[in-house]
Design a protein around this ligand. Structure first.
Ligand code: HEC
Length: 162
């Protein structure tokens, strides 16, 4: 299976500067140090650069529905604030459990993470940089957005607050 052109969220990554090594790893699966970052799944092993966290978990870490050929999957929200928040059924993540999820493919409750989440191999330094980056992803917050829209059948603009 070739995943070269795979980008479920359909955006393209620019190789412009990243603010940190962690951000670079999140978006490109390559490291400033040049140390390899390897993603393995049951079917294949990929050296960094072909598949990145952002491609499945989104540029903001919120996850969502991704698509791989004919198949669609749900990638979870992996912002640090979400992983470490209290859950009803699942155990809350700690830094060590996040590391286990990423490098061993086992979730906080000891369950194996399913495809297409790869098992990642990276150096300790790179993992810590990546974890620091997950901590910078904005937590969910309440916001309001205002839309002004002109209905073609009404003479006045309509205002929506969502
Ligand atoms: C090809 C898509 C894909 C890529 C690339 C990917 N993930 Fe995932 N990831 C998933 C899916 C799907 C799951 C959910 C698997 C499950 O629930 O069994 C997941 C689960 C996780 C979890 C566990 C979340 C939870 O709530 O238990 C973490 C943490 C995680 N991914 C981090 C990462 C990081 C960090 C990277 C980059 C180094 C990455 N993932 C790359 C698809 C992906």
């Amino acid at each position: 299976m070739i995943l070269d052109f795979f980008s479920p969220f359909g955006y393209s990554i620019k190789s412009s500067d990243f603010k940190s090594n962690g951000e670079r790893i999140y978006f490109t699966a390559t490291s400033d140090s040049g140390n390899p970052i390897i993603a393995s799944t049951a079917q294949m092993t990929m050296h960094g650069g072909m598949l990145s966290c952002a491609e499945c978990h989104g540029t903001d870490g919120k996850g969502g529905t991704g698509r791989m050929m004919m198949w669609s999957f749900e990638a979870p929200d992996i912002r640090y604030s979400t992983l470490t928040a209290a859950h009803d059924e699942e155990q809350t993540y700690t830094d060590d459990l996040i590391k286990r999820a990423i490098t061993k493919g086992i979730d906080s409750s000891g369950k194996r993470l399913e495809l297409p989440m790869p098992v990642w191999q990276m150096s300790e330094v790179d993992f810590n940089d990546l974890l620091d980056f997950l901590k910078t992803l904005k937590p969910a917050y309440l916001g309001i957005s205002i839309w002004i829209c002109r209905d073609p059948f009404l003479p006045i603009p309509l205002l929506f607050v969502t």
